[in-house]
Design a protein. Structure first.
Length: 272
């Protein structure tokens, strides 16, 4: 079903990237792997880390492609960076987020090797995917910088899209209690703002100011929301009545999705 929902250009783009990376497999074999990846990106439990996120990252890579040395390998890393995803509580947003870069890199190795991509290219794609665990660019590694910047580009989205993005990520982690989620998100946003730069590629640096504006506005909202949640919990624990409408249900879970939340792909994969 995912292949049907995918843009018509997406699967041919994957085939071109794999062939550009030196694969020896037939086009049909390459397409079969591409279809498997599309199905993975359409899997259950995804609300932000969907096929749209994949196409957005690929589009951003294309915007920055002139700064890369091996653009097809960067594109393949984009294809694989969120191929393995699990937002279950054991992979909680507070610690890592749903994207499993290590497992995704292992999948890339298996599939690209099966398609006859040379070992050097396979290893490079794997390294790029794992680099997204903390968006840790290596000095002088322009391919890594472009991939990291493309993955974080949503932070610089126009306000309405950014708001939708926050809602989508919260939906992926709806099983987490609201206070736990907000506290984790506040920690993530503070880490992001403490960075000297969010984007390190020359072209990606244009996203720096709008991204910081979005993050600062979100952090301001969430700090106020967290103070309300902590105050409500303190009243509940002391047995005091809480004036006004309840922020959370009696079991401590959110009564509705919060308006201020975001994605686990920013500093770690949980720092989106």
């Amino acid at each position: 079903m995912g292949v049907v929902l995918a843009p018509q250009w997406l699967l041919p783009s994957f085939v071109r990237s794999v062939q550009g990376a030196g694969a020896t497999a037939s086009p049909d074999e390459v397409r079969a792997v591409g279809e498997d990846l599309i199905e993975r990106w359409c899997g259950p439990g995804r609300h932000f880390h969907t096929l749209k996120h994949l196409t957005d990252v690929l589009a951003r890579v294309d915007e920055l492609a002139e700064e890369t040395h091996e653009p097809e390998l960067v594109r393949l890393a984009a294809w694989y960076h969120g191929a393995v995803f699990d937002a279950a509580e054991r992979a909680s947003y507070a610690n890592r987020g749903g994207e499993d870069e290590v497992a995704s890199a292992a999948l890339a190795r298996i599939q690209l090797e099966s398609l006859g991509v040379p070992e050097r290219g396979v290893a490079r794609v794997s390294t790029l995917v794992i680099a997204l665990t903390r968006h840790a660019q290596v000095a002088g590694d322009f391919d890594c910088a472009v991939l990291c910047d493309a993955d974080l580009a949503m932070l610089a989205a126009e306000p309405q899209r950014y708001k939708a993005y926050l809602h989508e990520v919260r939906e992926e982690y709806a099983h987490l209690p609201l206070e736990d989620y907000v506290r984790a998100r506040v920690r993530i946003l503070r880490k992001l703002l403490a960075r000297e730069a969010l984007f390190v590629s020359p072209l990606g640096s244009a996203w720096e100011e709008p991204a910081r504006q979005n993050i600062n506005a979100e952090l301001h909202r969430l700090e106020k929301e967290l103070a309300l949640l902590e105050g409500a919990r303190a009243h509940d624990e002391s047995g005091s009545a809480v004036d006004g409408p309840s922020v959370v249900d009696g079991d401590g879970t959110p009564s509705a999705a919060p308006t201020g939340t975001s994605d686990p792909t920013t500093e770690t994969s949980s720092e989106h």
